[in-house]
Design a protein around this ligand. Structure first.
Ligand SMILES: Nc1ncnc2c1ncn2[C@@H]1O[C@H](COP(=O)(O)OP(=O)(O)OP(=O)(O)O)[C@@H](O)[C@H]1O
Ligand SMILES: [Mg+2]
Length: 261
């Protein structure tokens, strides 16, 4: 299972990714959780201890590694460098493990002009492709709004993309944009999850404003998420109603992707 989680800023992508990571790990799957946010925070959402997270460096910041693999200094453009750097050892060497979940942080790539190819972005793209095409774990990719880390070559390997929305017009508009970006790279299995839901009207809003994407389920709004964050706990452990809602979402997804199972 390879899932990408996306959506407008702040809608709850990281929270949902953390819930699904524990859910699949609890079922005995090896889970590889990839934090593709330029300012990583999936590790904290997973409740991984600070001391452990401090040992982790986002791949994009590993200048020596980038130089060693691509033959070019990060931050440089043009010049010559390898377009297919070796990446197969990266997921195991530069990640941390916690309760059956392997966490990898990609880090921030400076955005150059359009068409910019820099060594760190080449390395990250190659890494994400490798993970999606060659790794056997359940892979969860916590992305920001968009499909930057996915290309045509990997779109097929992503089994489904979950677009998280809040019951707001703006987050629904972002979902529609993501749908069209995804279509451009041939990604067709797209689903919505409504987060921070308080009322039946809000559910109905998400359903009626969906850009024609099936809704897998809803997560209730609860201040317990913030409390869990302050206590350094995973929402999966600290907020049972969210864990339960995430189970429903995983069930709906399994029912659609693998109907006979
Ligand atoms: N179901 C919920 N109820 C209440 N608050 C929530 C819920 N889900 C997420 N939040 C809160 O909303 C904020 C954003 O959540 P989260 O970090 O998961 O979103 P995100 O989409 O990953 O954000 P970003 O775009 O910054 O990566 C956090 O403060 C989180 O605690
Ligand atoms: Mg996030």
């Amino acid at each position: 299972m390879k899932l990408a989680i996306t959506g407008k800023g702040g809608v709850g992508k990281t929270t949902l990714t953390s819930l699904l990571a524990y859910l699949y790990a609890e079922r005995g799957n090896a889970v590889l959780a990839i934090d593709a946010d330029p300012s990583p925070c999936l590790g904290a959402a997973l409740g991984i201890p600070r001391e452990t997270l401090d040992t982790l460096t986002p791949i994009a910041e590993m200048e020596e590694l980038i130089y060693e693999r691509t033959g070019a200094q990060p931050g440089t453009m043009g010049g010559y460098f390898k377009l297919n750097p070796r990446v197969d050892d990266i997921p195991d060497r530069f990640s941390v493990k916690h309760r059956g979940i392997t966490l990898l942080e990609l880090g921030a790539v400076e955005k150059g002009g359009s068409g910019c190819i820099c060594p760190e972005s080449v390395l990250l793209k190659q890494l994400v492709s490798h993970i999606l095409l060659r790794r056997g774990e359940v892979v969860l990719l916590d992305m920001y709004a968009g499909v930057e880390h996915l290309g045509r070559a990997t779109a097929d390997a992503v089994e489904a993309m979950i677009v998280v929305v809040e019951p707001t017009g703006r987050s629904m508009a972002t979902a529609a944009q993501i749908k069209s970006l995804a279509a451009d790279i041939g990604l067709t299995q797209l689903f919505l999850v409504g987060n921070k839901i308080q009322t039946m009207d809000e559910r109905a809003f998400v359903e009626s404003h969906s850009p024609d994407l099936p809704v897998l389920g809803f997560l209730p709004a609860t201040l317990q998420v913030q409390a869990a964050d302050r206590e350094g706990k995973a929402a999966f452990d600290a907020v049972p109603q969210l864990a339960e809602a995430a189970r429903g979402i995983a069930e709906s997804l399994a029912g659609i992707l693998h109907p006979s199972a």
